[in-house]
Design a binder for this molecule. Structure first.
Ligand code: HEC
Length: 169
């Protein structure tokens, strides 16, 4: 009787092991695919590309922690952007892994992300999000959710928080 049970159990264990191995490999593949999808930048509409941050000409990275625009931007960023882009801007917010699309929230500290963009591009992305062409992503649109001043404050903080400077105009 004992032998019979062993005959049943041993193959079962092996097949379970093989199965878990295969699904781990599949998961690994998915993670890799996610990682190779690099951030893609497009040409923003002219009404955005000509804009400059009206709040300050200073490099946001150099603004002090207690700058009023940085403080306001921090509060808004932490409430609305950090869930996805992470409290430190590293793209590792608590919701970041929950996407069905292969495009993850951008790591703002990446030298190829907002560091190669000027502030008006970021304004465009905040306004329009990623729901439509050309992005097709889960990035929400915030056009009517903030005043223009609030949007520029978020932008200043997003750069400062990530420790990167915007591309000069
Ligand atoms: C629900 C998750 C989510 C939230 C919340 C979110 N984003 Fe995003 N964001 C994304 C995803 C996903 C991408 C990458 C795909 C894309 O570019 O649309 C992205 C991309 C971006 C980009 C493009 C960066 C680049 O290098 O092209 C900017 C800028 C951005 N987000 C800023 C913000 C700001 C600022 C907020 C808060 C007001 C915010 N996001 C809130 C998901 C989110």
């Amino acid at each position: 009787m004992k032998k019979k049970i062993l005959f049943l159990i041993v193959p079962l264990i092996f097949s379970l092991l093989a199965f878990s191995d295969a699904s781990a490999a599949e998961k690994g593949k998915q993670v890799k695919e996610k990682q190779v999808r690099k951030v893609i930048h497009y040409t923003p509409p002219l009404e955005y590309s000509r804009l400059e941050n009206p709040l300050t000409k200073a490099d946001p990275k150099t603004l002090p922690d207690n700058d009023p625009n940085i403080l306001a931007g921090k509060r808004l960023y932490e409430k609305t952007c950090a869930n996805c882009h992470g409290i430190r801007g590293d793209g590792k917010g608590p919701e970041a892994d929950g996407f069905v699309t292969p495009i993850r929230p951008v790591d703002m500290t990446d030298s190829e992300a907002i560091a190669v963009l000027d502030q008006s591009y970021v304004l465009w992305r905040i306004d329009e999000g990623g729901l439509g062409e050309p992005f097709y992503s889960a990035m929400p649109a915030w056009k009517d959710d903030f005043t223009e001043t609030e949007k520029w404050q978020i932008i200043l903080y997003t750069y400062k928080n990530a420790g990167v400077s915007p591309k000069a105009k």
